[in-house]
Design a protein. Structure first.
Length: 249
């Protein structure tokens, strides 16, 4: 196997340990393939070098089916970190809370929306922040909770972290934690992914845990990555986050 070394002299403390732990946790029998990790330090991680290939419809369908298996491997609670990992966790370079909660709404409100909305308060403006806070109240009250158990999420599943190879789609660069299945699907939809509808159809056929109205909830789950992007990049992401949140009030 050929090795690829990702180096960051300015990496936040614990970033690569969290990445390695997340990849290990996501590697489950029958689940979506995960890049192999050979080792890591405070400033680097050594991975199997993957050779990209054009995404095919068949590979997309296989990925959707196998992602459902990964999710169904489960987590102890909503917000739980990868098994055995007790260090810091991240979304991109931002610290990410992983404190277990018994209900998804409380977890998503308190650990995914509020922290990043507060960091992005200047970009959101007073009215925008109040919209996010109103959605937080509804989430914490359980308005959007369902009976599905916590899923084993990649956590940062935009198309760039799903690398298509000759052997199929492979997961890289996770922000792994226990959460709601729709969160990963919503991230795929946010910035687009190859053959997305085939991924969704294959996933839906393989999963017994999706709520019947899951597609109508995609925008709700996208509020989180939009807030993260607001913190990281500013620009138009703030208005997108507020618009997405307002639709669920």
């Amino acid at each position: 196997m050929s090795e690829f070394v990702k180096r960051r002299s300015d990496a936040p403390d614990g970033l690569f340990a969290a990445e390695a732990a997340g990849l290990d946790w996501l590697r489950v029998d029958g689940g979506a393939p995960v890049v192999s990790v050979f080792g890591w330090t405070a400033t680097s991680i050594t991975l199997d070098r993957l050779t990209p290939a054009p995404p095919t419809r068949q590979a997309a369908e296989a990925f959707g089916e196998r992602l459902a298996v990964t999710h169904d491997a489960g987590a102890a609670d909503f917000g739980t970190p990868p098994a055995g990992h007790d260090g810091p966790n991240f979304i991109a370079d931002l610290p990410m809370s992983t404190n277990p909660e018994p209900t998804w709404g409380v977890f998503f409100a308190q650990q995914r929306l509020l922290p990043y909305a507060r960091q992005a308060a200047a970009e959101l403006g007073g009215d925008g922040l109040r919209v996010i806070e109103a959605l937080v109240e509804r989430l914490a009250a359980g308005v959007f909770d369902d009976d599905a158990p916590p899923a084993r999420l990649h956590g940062d599943l935009w198309a760039g972290n799903v690398l298509f190879t000759e052997a199929g789609a492979v997961l890289i660069d996770p922000s792994a934690h226990g959460g709601h299945r729709v969160s990963d699907l919503a991230m795929l939809a946010l910035f687009g992914a190859p053959h997305l509808e085939r991924v969704f159809a294959a996933y839906e056929a393989a999963s017994s845990q999706l709520p019947p109205d899951w597609r109508s909830l995609i925008g709700l789950h996208q509020v989180y990555p939009l807030l993260v992007h607001t913190v990281l990049f500013g620009g138009g992401y703030a208005s997108q986050a507020v618009q997405a949140a307002r639709a669920y009030l």
